[in-house]
Design a protein around this ligand. Structure first.
Ligand code: 3H9
Length: 680
């Protein structure tokens, strides 16, 4: 065996040159990998003892793409396209042996081999769109030639990988093997050499036909979902080029659009976020080998919306779950909602009827906390009341297994106080799920003053097991966007509809007034105690509770289409007059600044206080928990891109203008701005 580079080795076995890529963790196409593959193929072509080439990977996966960490630096040779050209034009057959994931540049490499052989649990995808990019090495030109235009569009626009069985059916791979991949792929390569054919994907034309108007239909269908993103459109343009242009021209179009995507702020933000998300899972100061506690059964206290949603995460991951409620009626109602949710998912074809039953079978309902004695993790999800939570944790402490982790889903109450009623505060932690808990990916893991390292480690890993993105935070009041600020702007003269529109255009799913209408204005309001001292209270007094009553800040028709309600604006005018606030025109930029700057400022304070350990963690929270557009990277990344001196100057301007303390720049922000630094 010869080492071609420090990442690729070469050996010849029975007439087949075997190139083995070994570049952990995911065999990304770093410089040494590109060089090694190119050298290896060239060597094999010159070696008379070699009749075919096998490309395979050591470790857990085939090549998972270009090395993203190289994008920001000056490119080092060899150029990826040059490597692929050597492979595609080779006069000896090259076979890719695929396990794990062949993604992005990895799949593009496989598409330049003459054949592809894979194991059953391998997956194939072009996920570049998730990084604000497109496959820049021929993927958009070759993939549709094998799987057809519609499937290719679906794959590049969604970024979702497909499984091996589907890949075989579509013609993306040539054979599925069970057992020893390397040995069977070697045998396949020898057969290929014997056949003597050299099929190239670029020469295929038979799957490129589409109905007229097809691409416009695709654009219309994805418009809502991809609003604000640049890359989905560029990916579509590439596939259009595959259909309408000769192969080499299509490649040139793809290369041009790739450069455009790579230079875009959207891609910079999405690449930043890719690493931010992975970074968040790592806890500073917690050694990698910190032990974990086993979690085989989870208990949930409360079968309401939150408890039920949390429990679904467990069942989805195949973990048995015991749900405890106070009354049989509440329990049956809760489990009924869970079943209905699963049935809806099955109706949409995303899981089978069998899956519905299999997941329901993992549920055990109970009316007795004592039934939680065999759970390794218990999550309390009752309403936010300190006295109630303390009572539950006191009982739980007496019942739960000695090694069990006791978690609270509280979003606002002090975890340390809850932990203090138990004899094991080191085993108490916050697991703050976001609603709807079965959908939202964010999980805030709240570390109490006494929470033990192994408990933190267990919960961070467990989060990944149930498909969540964990972020570790300290005990605090939570990262809530400040609604009072919006009210203030509406008093000063901006209409609720205008404020909502500016935030929607920025990329948030909806503005604060629309959100309030959706959530219900009457949360925490009652007729008997209403003082009519806020616009929201006055709207409730008028029977305007938001969407559910057909009226709130907006009026709603039968289809829930909304039109701005004059009465809401009049109320703001009335309140402004009473409080002596002079109303004026407020522009888009000011509306946006006054939302975003306090958020950035609050982020700086959260860092200052050590509530979060990194600025990028805060961005993960905002993107996954509060609908911040990922193509803007989160508020801290956004602040860096504005420049912290500029952020500080604007904050001070609004501080002067409004007198509001929320605009008082945080000390950390001032310090970094003075040093010319950034948050990350
Ligand atoms: C591309 O290919 C462009 C081409 O068209 C070329 C054009 C010219 N580079 O996710 P994990 C690291 S664009 C560098 O926790 P998992 C990751 O940061 C690329 N590093 O594992 C992490 O590091 P650490 C297209 C990468 O098992 C570690 O690997 N490809 C890359 O849950 C483990 O990652 C993609 O977009 C990379 N490409 O999931 C695929 N990928 O341990 C992106 C990962 O220090 N990758 N790392 O935190 C993934 O989707 C997942 O990582 C994968 C494994 C599914 C592969």
């Amino acid at each position: 065996m010869i080492a071609l580079t420090d990442k690729v080795t070469y050996s010849v076995e029975d007439g087949v040159a075997v190139l083995t890529v070994d570049n952990p963790p995911v065999n990304a196409l770093s410089q040494g990998v590109r060089q090694g593959i190119k050298d290896g193929v060239e060597r094999a072509l010159e070696d008379p003892a070699v009749a075919a080439v096998l490309l395979h990977c050591a470790g857990r996966t085939f090549i998972a793409g270009a090395d993203i960490t190289e994008f920001a630096s000056v490119p080092q040779g060899p150029d990826f396209h040059a490597v692929l050209a050597v492979m595609e034009n080779a006069r000896k057959p090259i076979v890719a042996a695929i396990h794990g994931t062949a993604l992005g540049g990895g799949l593009e490499t496989a598409l330049c081999c003459h054949y592809r052989v894979a194991v059953e649990d391998a997956r194939f995808g072009l996920p570049e769109v998730n990084l604000g990019l497109l496959p820049g090495a021929g993927g958009t030109q070759r993939l549709p030639r094998l799987v057809g235009v519609e499937k290719a569009v679906d794959m590049v626009v969604s970024g979702n990988p497909i499984r091996a069985a589907e890949a075989l059916e579509l013609g993306l791979i040539d054979a599925l093997v069970t057992g020893d991949l390397r040995a069977q792929a070697l045998a396949f390569a020898r057969d290929a050499a014997a056949r003597g054919e050299l099929p190239r994907v670029r020469d295929r034309q038979d799957k490129l036909a589409v109905e007229p108007g097809y691409f416009d239909q695709v654009r219309a269908a994805i418009a809502r979902k991809t609003r604000g993103f640049l890359a989905p459109e560029l990916n579509i343009q590439c596939i259009e080029a595959a259909v309408s242009q000769p192969f080499d021209e299509g490649l040139a179009t793809e290369a041009k659009l790739f450069r455009q995507a790579l230079a875009s702020p959207e891609s910079a933000a999405q690449q930043y976020f890719f690493f931010a998300e992975r970074q968040a899972a790592k806890v500073p100061g917690l050694p990698k080998d910190t032990p974990e506690r086993p979690i085989n059964r989870v208990g949930i206290i409360g079968a309401g919306t939150m408890g039920g949603g949390i429990a679904m995460n467990m069942a989805n991951a195949g973990i048995p779950v015991t749900v405890v409620e106070m009354s049989d009626a509440a329990l049956q109602r809760g489990l009924g909602v869970v079943r209905k949710n699963y049935e809806n998912t099955a109706r949409k074809g995303r899981i089978s009827e069998g899956d519905v039953q299999a997941r329901m079978d993992l549920f055990t309902g109970s009316l007795d906390l004592a039934d939680l004695a065999d759970c390794d993790l218990v999550i309390e999800a009752v309403f936010e009341n300190m006295a109630v939570k303390k009572e539950i944790f006191t009982k739980l402490d007496a019942i739960a297994a000695p090694n069990a982790i006791l978690a609270s889903n509280t979003s606002a109450l002090n975890l340390n106080e809850i932990a203090a009623v138990t004899t094991r505060p080191e085993s108490v932690i916050g697991l703050h799920f976001f609603s709807p808990a079965n959908v939202m990916k964010l999980l805030e893991v709240v570390r109490g003053d006494k929470t033990a390292p192994d408990v933190i480690q267990t919960c961070m890993r467990f989060a990944k097991r149930i498909g969540k993105v964990p972020v570790l935070v300290g005990v605090c009041h939570g990262f809530v966007g400040n609604r009072i600020l919006f009210q203030r702007q509406a008093l000063e003269g901006a209409t609720p509809a205008h404020i909502d529109e500016v935030l929607y255009e920025f990329g948030l799913p909806m503005g604060p007034f629309q959100m309030s209408d959706l959530a219900g204005l009457d949360i925490g309001w009652s007729k008997e105690t209403s003082t009519g001292s806020t616009v929201s209270e006055r709207l409730c007094e008028l029977g305007r509770f938001g969407q559910k009553s057909g009226a709130g800040y907006y009026d709603y028709d039968e289809q829930r289409n909304r039109t701005p309600a004059a009465v809401a604006v009049e109320l703001f005018e009335e309140f402004a007059a009473k409080q002596g606030i002079t109303r004026r025109e407020i522009g888009d930029e000011e509306i946006l600044d006054r939302l975003l700057l306090p958020m950035i400022n609050e982020g700086a304070r959260i860092l200052e206080e050590g509530i979060a350990s990194r600025a990028s963690d805060i961005d993960v929270v905002y993107v996954y928990g509060y609908g911040w557009p990922v193509y803007r990277g989160g508020p801290m990344h956004y602040a860096n891109s504005l420049g912290l001196a500029e952020v500080r100057a604007r904050l001070e301007r609004y501080r002067g203008k409004t007198g509001d303390a929320a605009f008082e720049p945080a000390a950390l922000l001032v310090e970094l701005a003075e040093k010319g630094g950034s948050f990350t």
